[in-house]
Design a binder for this molecule. Sequence first.
Ligand code: SF4
Ligand code: SF4
Length: 366
Amino acid sequence: MVQEKYNNIIAQPPKSVELQLTYCCNLHCDMCGQWGKSGIFRENIKNLRNHEITIDAWKNIIDQAAKWKSRINLWGGEPFLKKDIFKIIKYIKSKKLKCSVVTNGVLIDKYYKEIIDSKLDKIFLSIDGTREIHDKIRGKKGTFDKILKGINSLHDLKRKKNLKKPYIEILCTINKDNNKIIDKMPQVSRIFNADKLDLALLMFASSKTANDYRKEFTNRFGFLPKSQNGWILNKTGVNGLKLSEKINKMLYHNNDIFIKTIDNYKTISFKKWYAGSEYRFGFNHCLSPWLRLNIMPNGKANFCIDFPDYIIGDVKKESLSKIWNSEKAKIFREKYLKDGPLPICNRCCWLYNNYSRLIKEWKHEG
Ligand code: SF4
Ligand code: SF4
């Protein structure tokens, strides 16, 4: 078991370094923990860009990650809004590291040539439904077609240059708007000519779980967290039982496209997942604090990318190695090992990963 290697408060170098290039986004999806109705960045839009670190600071981070041979994942907000993104990708590739980007895809049409030119390994493309459903979730008509146009241009250029990369993995988060048409997603993936379809379960927290998190976090670390506010949902609007029947059929009846859902899905009741956020299905060891380091747009570092309450260091003041095993990082790991997951972990997909599979994927695909 990969878990057994991760019981020490001092960690081996991370396998993945996530660079959150910007908080800015060109969409405002309702369910987004960052930019949704109660998203955590809404109140502070003006200041977000002022504190972004420079391209030289990003390069410095990449130099340090290269010594670890970590895979680098770029995300945001919307990372293609960052004007230096192609310089950053080229720099990562010049260090022979695998590099992926998580994107809403809207800017691929504008940048497909630069993407190919940068030698990017993989694109995680967020597509949440058929044309109509996707545009409804994104809150902007024409979004689906704009992404499709960009992806088609990207594939055309890949074909012309005889390239396999960047691989395209579609990320579809199952929510109240798309659960009934989830069996259409293999067809959608074919339209985008994707290499993989990932059907992700919804991340959320009921008011009770959010409150439990607030208390438990404060108890452990001595200050109040606030990321939970962007994820509160008391009714998911998803019938988990019907969903699991649909997904079971899909996994076995679509041989031409690689479809995955949450790892260990056979041991997780989708009915309970979507009914509330209290159950943890016996999963108690998230390896993120041992395997993944996230650098936020302002240079601060953390483990839990979607719940950035606990900061373990700052690249403006310390090296990555110092941050990775800083006192704060060790305290987080120690308390995690002693007291177990935090209530917010209950519906965080990272708790449920099969990390052996994930590490292989990072190594081969980026
Ligand atoms: S595209 Fe992504 S980051 Fe932007 S608002 Fe939607 S979910 Fe949030
Ligand atoms: S499961 Fe918990 S510890 Fe792991 S990344 Fe999510 S919030 Fe952080």
